[in-house]
Design a protein around this ligand. Structure first.
Ligand code: ADP
Length: 192
């Protein structure tokens, strides 16, 4: 299995790049944000709970997120691997993922961290709100809260993978294809 963590602040381009990478490598894309939004759309119990956090720009509690992620992974038989997009977002989630994959004799091959300056992120989210209808993209205060949650709770996840020599930083500014190429180059260096 080739398991990758795609990492970056809100608006870094994780979703766009995931689509390009799964096409090339036949991996399964698991975006915790997408799964939460699917549940919100279908008005499930999980969706109602997640919405109460997402609408404030807060993280959904670890236990809920970890259990959901595990059950999504377990839906797949003999997967080639996964791209985890938006997960892990806390150190607790990162530790849980390592443990969970170890039970399957698998591991995270690497973290691909897209780096984009904060001004550019705010501008991208403002534009995305117009098309996506995402309520958490529409309000500058909620965006600011998400960026601050990212800096305080999520950025330490980079330190966690760096300590395992698995952190690969990619410049998230530039053309979409150019960034995809840089990611592919990194993935090639990770393959056995
Ligand atoms: P973005 O990367 O633009 O912030 P996502 O679609 O990844 O958007 O996530 C949207 C929201 O879903 C987050 O702001 C958070 O509230 C919730 N969420 C997504 N993934 C996680 C996670 N791993 N842990 C906790 N909350 C999460």
């Amino acid at each position: 299995m080739l398991n990758l963590v795609l990492f970056g602040p809100p608006g870094a381009g994780k979703g766009t790049q995931s689509a390009n990478i799964i096409r090339k490598y036949g991996l399964i894309h698991l975006s915790t944000g997408d799964i939460f939004r699917f549940n919100i759309g279908n008005k499930t119990e999980l969706g109602q709970l997640a919405k109460s956090y997402i609408d404030k720009g807060q993280l959904v509690p670890d236990e809920v997120t970890i259990n959901m992620l595990k059950s999504e992974v377990n839906k797949h038989v003999n997967p080639k691997g996964f791209i985890f997009d938006g997960f892990p977002r806390t150190k607790v989630q990162a530790e849980a993922l390592d443990e969970f994959l170890a039970e399957k004799d698998a591991k995270v091959a690497g973290m691909i961290a897209l780096e984009v300056p904060e001004d550019e992120l705010k501008e991208r989210l403002r534009k995305r709100a117009i098309d996506s209808g995402r309520t958490d993209d529409a309000n500058p205060e909620i965006i600011a809260n998400r960026i601050s949650v990212y800096n305080n709770e999520t950025a330490p996840v980079k330190v966690f993978y760096n300590a395992q020599d698995k952190l690969h930083k990619i410049n998230g500014l530039g053309g979409i294809e150019e960034i995809t190429d840089a990611i592919i180059e990194t993935i090639e260096s990770l393959k056995d």
